[in-house]
Design a protein around this ligand. Structure first.
Ligand code: PLP
Length: 217
């Protein structure tokens, strides 16, 4: 099963990098996958998943959690401010914090709930106009703004540009995290998760290499 292969490759990459295997979390990205494939990975014992869409996750995870017990689900896709409330109720982490208005909304919700999902700031390391994320030049100020709202930031996330070598983006993200005192690094997908682990990824987001190709994006 691909799931077994990917967990083994994560473990080997961690050891090659001289890191403890427990320092790398494999997020199985289950967006738009058939339930049967997700159930197989749950049955294999995996308990950390990633989703891109609030509505899809709302339709899927309450039932799986009822069946399999506690499962961590991370939002890795963009979050609209009007879905923030549903998102904090459903997700254990949000990897796509990328603008002050969303931070303000999350801070208000965290105050009211007395709890907040783990937060990653998404950085547009490739400075691609169509891509979400804070620009590298704006990152330090954005992290300071979010912290001033009493909102804890755990780490940074990036999606390197397609068709470019990923490693320079991973190196850049790790540097930005270190200088901001952040320990979480969400980077690496099916094609480059081993390279990301070599550069210090704490969370790799792997979809198709575990579940097979998605029929829709
Ligand atoms: C879909 C997605 C992934 C997983 O991509 P694969 O190439 O299938 O591993 C990882 N991160 C984000 C943000 C995604 O949207």
């Amino acid at each position: 099963m691909s799931y077994t292969d990917i967990t083994r490759r994560c473990l080997e990459a961690s050891l090659r990098a001289g890191r403890s295997p427990g320092s790398v979390h494999l997020i199985a990205v289950s967006k738009v996958q058939p339930d049967a494939r997700v159930r197989d990975v749950l049955a294999a014992g995996h308990r950390l998943f990633g989703e891109n869409y609030v509505q899809e996750a709302q339709a899927k995870w309450p039932a799986f959690r009822a069946e399999f017990g506690p499962v961590s689900v991370h939002l890795i896709g963009p979050l609209q401010t009007n879905k923030a409330k549903a998102a904090v109720e459903l997700f254990d982490a949000i990897h796509s914090l990328d603008r002050p208005a969303l931070a303000e909304k999350l801070a208000r919700l965290a105050q009211a709930r007395g709890a907040c999902p783990q937060l990653f700031v998404q950085v547009n390391t490739g400075e691609e106009p169509q891509k979400a994320g804070v620009l590298p030049a704006d990152l330090d100020a954005f992290v300071a703004t979010v912290r001033a709202m009493d909102l804890p930031v755990h780490g940074l996330m990036c999606i390197p540009p397609e068709g470019e070598a990923s490693t320079p983006h991973f190196v850049q993200l790790a540097e930005m995290a270190a200088r901001n005192g952040l320990t979480g690094l969400s980077m690496g997908m099916s094609g480059d998760f081993e390279a990301a682990i070599a550069q210090g990824a704490t969370h790799v987001r792997v979809g198709s290499a575990i579940f097979g190709a998605r029929s829709v994006q």
